[in-house]
Design a protein around this ligand. Sequence first.
Ligand code: SF4
Length: 264
Amino acid sequence: MDDLQGELRALVAGVRTHLEARARAGLVGVSKAPCPRGKGTVQVDAPAAPAAAAHPLTEPADLETAFAADSEPPFPHAGHGLTLVRAELGDCQRCKLAQGRRHIVFGTGNPEAHLMFVGEAPGADEDEQGEPFVGAAGQLLTKMIQAMQRTRDDVYICNVIKCRPPGNRDPEPDEVAACEPFLKKQIAVVQPRVIVALGKFAAHLLTGEHTPITRLRGNLKHYQGIPVMPTYHPAYLLRDESRKREAWHDLKEVMALLRHMGLT
Ligand code: SF4
């Protein structure tokens, strides 16, 4: 009986993930109630409701993305899926950053978050504690999240690179190549509705554009059909407080987009 119940639970979760991916891609028929995703509430509309009018910030999701999403094997459950990704990472030695790290800094927050923040790489505090964004920049990020009427537990936070580069230098191409697949798996599992790319490094990686962050920020882009808002990294905002106004503008755009999706 336990096996049967487990199989049923996995089946329901798989269908849910599949339907969410279709809904995100614009293939309607599913709406998500505006409640914390951690509760896992999903409503199926019958008959399928017409697609909501496009938000001025969004571009229409293309069908290729939709079918690509369809072809992905659904993860049984986001929390479980992240556990599997973390297990696959293991005691990772895939690049030279493994030599100097104290902790792999994988990610933290709600595994089913609507909103995901992606930074560059852990610093000294993060390496020490094994959690992303816990130093001074992390405290500022926490304030930014709170200003968006959310908590760190509501969102998911991670970095492109999971181990601290020595002296906080920029990650090197071979390190990015080794680590980036795990960020992609985290995104595939969490399936956020919106991603905030913090700083040029995450913004360049997720948008595929390599223009300076001063020009890229504030312009909504997409990664695999998911809206991505590039903005300044909190560490940069600590160095140049005059940029905070622009960052807040970007976050307000994200809030408007989430509201448009019915996700307050
Ligand atoms: S940075 Fe990423 S790929 Fe390199 S050792 Fe750490 S976890 Fe592995």
